[in-house]
Design a protein around this ligand. Structure first.
Ligand SMILES: Cc1cc2nc3c(=O)[nH]c(=O)nc-3n(C[C@H](O)[C@H](O)[C@H](O)COP(=O)(O)OP(=O)(O)OC[C@H]3O[C@@H](n4cnc5c(N)ncnc54)[C@H](O)[C@@H]3O)c2cc1C
Length: 461
């Protein structure tokens, strides 16, 4: 049938670069709007949940914020049951977390802020299972994308790729590499700047904030419950003098994952004695005491690529048709606030709404349309970036330009933190903001200004 000016543009094939959490979620969303979707992942993805070279953060603690959990369970009704079957505990974020924050323990109680506790490989595996079971995304692993293909007008028409890792390799044919839309979800190490430069486009302005935070993580056998009153234990540092923090969380397989972090280049050691000594030096020694009798199940692993980076594509004068960039490739956040997977789920939801919007559905995915998506994505990324970086500016060695009024914001947040020691309502509001369930203005509340309500109920024993 001849195409008229009224007929919707062709949406035959979309390619997603990168099979991490963002890539999987975006591929799933695209499968609702395109006839075919191909996901190209450089690693050889294993059938069972396991850390892999392309996602080295998989060795470290990964929490799923309440909004992320809600978005994922809404998207995939079986997601929760999959995690349950694999032994990932369900928990209430405030009732079950013992958190030492700003010199005191937060007030706890039933909050309804629910999520599951699992390793990053299990979270990613469960999402992959959900996407794969729908049969609408072709997943190709062991394929490294090396560049973008464009037509003479600079519109992206597909990717260049080569096999990666051990043979045998499936042949890469035209059908897999030519596309009406390419979505870059290749993570923190994305080559998007080089790829844009090859199309004759300038570098996007980039905002970077680096608190020089280091991680060290070890997995332990979960010790028998000897009357512990917590499921998750967090100890936060106190700027500017005490840059050390840590957490213990249960994960599948009846294990604990214990992570220590240090700001300001106070990196936690990866040898046994140094690791425990670092834990002892936290604001309170509870993690040290908990780990003392616990049986380690593997080595201590370090990680230091933790800076925040926001690529401001929306500020470019021109953006190519047929291309979008999302997930960590567009916005990388200091991982200590646990936002990355949830932010990827928010970005996928933004793409879904964008493509379903009648104003965009009838338009070709040309430069202005793809730029409009980057602009929408920038709004939600900027909110996450502001949350993730605000506290980083409390540390003296943090690199980056603090936003105006940050000192005032810190003083206000000090009140919030102190309020959590006495008032469950203040704790609840703080969690709601951190979990993207409320706007930060939810913290502008008389209870916070009074430093919490006196006589608030004590912590459950
Ligand atoms: C130490 C650490 C702890 C973290 N803790 C948390 C946490 O508690 N909670 C949370 O929500 N988030 C956390 N994050 C962030 C989280 O891991 C990511 O933000 C989230 O998974 C989204 O990442 P992504 O899919 O965009 O990128 P990635 O997970 O990096 O995935 C990118 C994928 O692209 C592939 N790839 C790269 N280049 C190519 C190419 N050229 N061709 C084909 N494939 C390619 C890679 O192999 C990889 O699989 C943490 C991160 C770190 C570093």
């Amino acid at each position: 049938m001849p195409r008229t000016s009224q007929s919707p543009p062709r949406r035959e094939h979309a390619i997603v670069i990168g099979g991490g959490v963002a890539g999987l979620l975006h591929a799933h969303v695209l499968s609702r709007h395109f006839d075919r979707v191909t996901l190209l992942e450089r690693d050889q993805v294993q059938e069972r949940p396991s850390p892999r070279a392309g996602a080295p953060q998989g060795h470290h603690i990964h929490v799923l914020l309440t909004l992320g959990y809600r978005l994922l369970t809404r998207q995939f009704p079986e997601f929760d049951a999959l995690l349950e079957q694999h032994g990932a505990p369900r928990f209430d974020w405030i009732r079950d977390t013992r958190w030492y924050l700003a010199g005191g323990w937060i007030q706890r109680g039933e909050s309804g802020f629910i999520s599951r506790l699992a390793s990053r490989p299990l979270f990613e595996w469960a999402i992959r299972e959900c996407v794969a079971s729908r049969g609408r995304v072709e997943m190709r692993s062991g394929v490294a994308v090396t560049g973008l293909r464009a037509d003479p007008n600079g519109r992206v028409r597909g990717v260049e790729a080569r096999p990666h890792g051990a043979p045998p390799h499936e042949p890469l044919d035209e059908r897999a590499l030519a596309a009406d839309l390419v979505v870059d979800a290749s993570g923190r190490g994305s080559k998007i700047e080089d790829w844009l430069a090859a199309l004759g486009l300038p570098c996007a302005p980039t905002v970077e904030v680096n608190a020089h935070l280091g991680y060290a993580t070890r997995i332990y056998k979960r010790p028998p419950d000897d009357g512990r009153d917590w499921t998750v234990l967090y100890i936060t540092g106190s700027p500017p003098g005490l840059p050390r923090a840590g957490a213990i969380s249960p994960i599948e397989g009846d294990r604990w994952i214990a992570t220590l972090v240090g700001y300001n280049r106070d990196y936690p050691p990866t040898d046994e004695a140094g690791f425990l000594e670092f834990a002892r030096g936290l604001a309170v020694p509870d993690i040290f005491h908990a780990l003392q009798g616990a049986e380690p199940l593997g080595p201590i692993r370090g990680y230091r690529r933790t800076g925040n980076r926001l690529r401001r594509f929306e500020a470019l004068p021109r953006w190519p048709g047929g291309l979008m960039c999302t997930g960590d490739a567009a916005c990388t956040l200091n991982p200590v606030y646990g936002q990355g997977m949830t932010n990827a789920a928010r970005a996928a939801a933004t793409l879904d709404a964008f493509l379903a919007d009648p104003r965009h559905r009838r338009r070709a995915l040309d430069g202005p349309t793809c730029a409009a998506f980057q602009k929408q994505l920038a709004r939600s990324n900027q909110a996450a970036f502001a949350l993730a970086t605000a506290d980083d500016f409390r540390w003296p060695d943090t690199e980056g330009t603090p936003p105006r009024g940050i000192g005032l914001a810190h003083r206000y947040m000090d009140r919030v933190f102190k309020g959590t020691h006495r008032d469950f309502e203040v704790t609840r509001r703080l969690f709601a903001v951190v979990h993207f369930l409320s706007q930060p203005t939810a913290l502008l509340h008389p209870r916070v200004l009074r430093g919490g309500r006196r006589g608030a109920p004590p912590q459950p024993g």
